[in-house]
Design a protein around this ligand. Structure first.
Ligand code: H13
Length: 262
């Protein structure tokens, strides 16, 4: 089945949410192009290297154990289903910096370095100290877009949406010895699932009660600098689980009073 899956993933195309193009458009396209396919590579039926690390209701967290130069860089993938909101609403909530600190438990503070377009922003983040050692910082570009031709789960309505966050360097924040620069590449892909039959042309009758958001979240984290592998693995599993639970409940609350946007 592998060549078939590869052919399907090859067809995925991403469309900018708002545009226009900017100086990092080629870099964004490169990352989104790769990540939009990687996120959909199956974990259950794949090569067997993915292990289910945590399961809690609709949430599943998988990891592949990997070390580079003695540093743990386990790829992580998680799936979750959140009731009462659409794929677009979830991605927009994850992308929106103004509500980030409501749910983001790993960040102490952040700064916008570059607003490239409404759909592409470069950030510098200071992370909370999780070890009794040096604090981590990250510089990354965050991009929101729509994916076309992505594999559609059963009972899906509307479009597939994605936020791609990738580490990069930026001249205004050189790497110093005061902090360790961690690097992450993250893809959050969301699709809206409907729990009742809707006749063609009746889509405007869909309400919040009818929908759930299916999330696939993939993260490749390099903590930078050495830390005991078992500690990194414990923290990574704990943080990704906490993150998914927290963003889900915060996003549900945030959209509650608003009309559904598919
Ligand atoms: O995705 C998460 N947060 C984003 C918004 O703050 C930023 C993140 C990103 C940061 C820096 C570079 C690129 C992307 O996408 C939530 C992160 C949840 C935690 C995932 C697992 C953390 C593992 C930590 C391992 C020890 C350092």
């Amino acid at each position: 089945a592998q060549p078939q899956i590869e052919a399907v993933l090859e067809d995925i195309v991403h469309k900018p949410y708002t545009g226009p193009e900017h100086k990092l458009t080629p870099l964004v396209n490169e990352h989104v192009g790769k990540y939009s396919k990687y996120v959909f590579e199956p974990v259950e039926s794949g090569d067997g290297n993915w292990q289910l690390a945590h399961e809690d209701g609709d949430m599943k967290v998988y990891r592949r154990e990997l070390e580079e130069d003695g540093v743990v860089v386990d790829p992580l993938k998680a799936q979750h289903i959140v009731k009462g909101l659409s794929a677009f609403e979830m991605c927009k909530y994850f992308f929106d910096k103004d509500t980030r600190l409501d749910w983001e438990g790993t960040v102490e503070s952040f700064k916008v370095l570059d607003k490239l377009a409404d759909d592409s922003v470069v950030f510098h983040q200071l992370h909370k100290r999780v070890w009794p050692s040096t604090q981590r910082e990250t510089v990354f570009c965050s991009h929101i877009c729509m994916l076309t031709n992505a594999p559609r789960p059963e009972n899906m309505v509307g479009h597939t949406w994605m936020v791609c966050n990738f580490s990069m360097e930026h001249p205004s924040v050189p790497i110093t010895s005061k902090m360790i620069r961690a690097t992450l590449n993250v893809g959050l892909v969301c699709q809206t699932i409907i729990n009742r039959q809707v006749e063609p042309g009746q889509e405007s009758s869909i309400t919040r009660d009818d929908v759930s958001c299916k999330i696939i979240y993939a993260a490749n984290v390099n903590p930078g600098g050495w830390a005991p592998p078992s500690v990194v693995r414990t923290i990574a599993k704990r943080e990704i689980t906490k993150f998914l639970k927290k963003i889900s409940s915060c996003a549900q609350k945030a959209v509650l009073e608003q009309p559904l946007t598919l």
